[in-house]
Design a protein around this ligand. Structure first.
Ligand code: PMP
Length: 419
């Protein structure tokens, strides 16, 4: 058989599989990294952890009243060792770490930072964005007037030579990073790469690592790497105020009603408190007290995360197994095999990610729009697809993975045959 007629046969077969899948009329969604209802149920006791006659914190604070801008000390003590941040350099806030990110960036734009009081908003401002990355990071900083500069990632994190070259421009104010189980690749930054980021020369005196540790305790496997002590690495490199660390319990307790954290160098934490004091009299301490009682201690958080892993690891495995059995011995696709977090990144042949997403939508499988993983929604190679397997039940994830395989085969053979 000529190579072309062999390809035509494969295309015909892929087409039949696709039509067969589409004819089932399914409605599946693996777009957003949301916890499933079953995961949210794990935090059921949170909702009754504070009652009307039991509102005083262990250190004697009435959780109902104003005040305590830094958040309950007991909650900060639970998360400090997990996040590798000293308790007095850790603030606990409201339900969204994205809000802490928006606040810190807005304060810097309006008033400058702890390391340099010249407002970022006075001149052009740019941010380094390792790609693929998190669409909400990009949307937030684009809306605040930053120009977004993509930089490539390898298996240890962002490529330093490129970051360093771009950081020679003083209008480059910082860099987005998701250090553990990144959104969307699942890649974890290596300790060596983190040390380089901590010490990297930069023209801006307040070049900042936006260290979004959203998945720092979200391990899928019993054996796992440790969080990196980025504060210490930066302090040792003579850049103590370089990292701003963000985290939350959105994917630990309740995605819409968790607590968030901000950590940084001693001056940055004071700076954040001063600025926060202008816009709030204090966070929701009732919810923070619920979390203190629910977890008890740091080991309580880790035990809770193991229950999440039991629910979501099989969903990750369902997608990985489907990809492996369909493409394991071909070079039509590559994908990441995360040990934690919420996402798998699938890399297709160049130029077909949007076609795969469209085919999937027409066959009843909703995927994150192609391009969402890149600044301005533009993936120049059009080959990255983010897969979020946590939300649907396992049977639906299995079906969605089957559908994805059918779409990817069809789009790949179409492309190969088109030459
Ligand atoms: N950062 C990353 C990397 C995320 O993936 C997410 C959720 N998808 C968030 C932040 C949002 O966190 P929060 O709910 O605390 O605002």
């Amino acid at each position: 058989m000529s190579p072309n007629s062999e390809l035509q046969t494969q295309l015909d077969e892929a087409s039949r599989d696709y039509e067969e899948f589409a004819s089932r009329g399914l409605k599946l969604d693996i777009t957003r990294g949301k916890p499933s209802p079953e995961q949210l149920d794990l935090a059921g006791d949170l909702l009754t952890a504070v009652t009307a006659d039991d509102v005083i914190t262990p250190s004697g604070v009435d959780a109902r009243n104003y005040g305590g801008l830094e958040g309950l000390v007991e909650l900060r003590e639970i998360f400090a060792p997990l996040l590798k941040i000293p308790t007095d350099q850790l603030l606990a806030g409201g339900n969204a770490s994205l809000t802490f990110m928006a606040q810190a960036l807005t304060f810097a734009t309006m008033h400058g930072t702890a390391a340099d009081d010249r407002p970022w908003g006075e001149g052009p401002r740019k941010l380094l964005c390792p790609v693929p990355g998190y669409d909400r990071h990009f949307a937030l900083t684009e809306s605040l007037g930053f120009e977004l500069l993509s930089i490539p990632m390898d298996e240890e994190g962002p490529v330093i030579a490129e970051a360093q070259r771009l950081a020679e421009d003083a209008s480059v104010k910082g860099m987005w990073l998701v250090p553990m189980y990144s959104n969307p690749t699942g890649i974890t930054i290596s300790p060596k790469r983190a040390a380089k980021l901590a010490a990297m020369p930069a023209a801006a005196s307040d070049f900042t690592l936006l260290w979004d540790n959203a998945y720092g305790v979200h391990h899928l496997r019993d054996e796992h790497v440790e969080n990196i002590d980025i504060l210490n690495l930066c302090a040792e490199a003579g850049n103590p105020e370089r990292p701003w660390i963000f985290a939350s319990t959105s994917k630990i307790t309740l995605a819409g009603a968790g607590v968030s954290f901000f950590g940084g160098g001693p001056l940055s934490v004071d700076w954040m408190k001063t600025n926060l004091g202008k816009i709030s009299i204090g966070p929701d301490k009732v919810n923070q007290l619920r979390h203190v009682r629910f977890f008890g201690d740091s080991a309580g958080v880790e035990a809770h995360m193991r229950k999440h892993a039991e629910i979501i690891a099989p969903k990750f495995d369902a997608v990985l197994d489907a990809l492996e059995s369909a493409f394991g011995d071909s070079d039509l696709a590559r994908w990441t095999r995360p040990d934690g977090g919420y996402f798998i990144t699938l890399t297709t042949m160049e130029g077909i990610a949007d076609r795969v997403v469209k085919l999937a939508a027409e066959a009843g499988v909703k995927l994150t729009p192609a391009g969402a993983t890149h600044p301005y929604g533009l993936d120049p190679a059009n080959n990255v697809i983010r897969i979020a397997p946590t939300m649907p039940v396992l049977e639906e994830v299995e079906l969605a993975a089957q559908g994805l395989v059918a779409c990817l085969k069809l789009a790949s053979y179409e492309k190969l045959l088109a030459g």
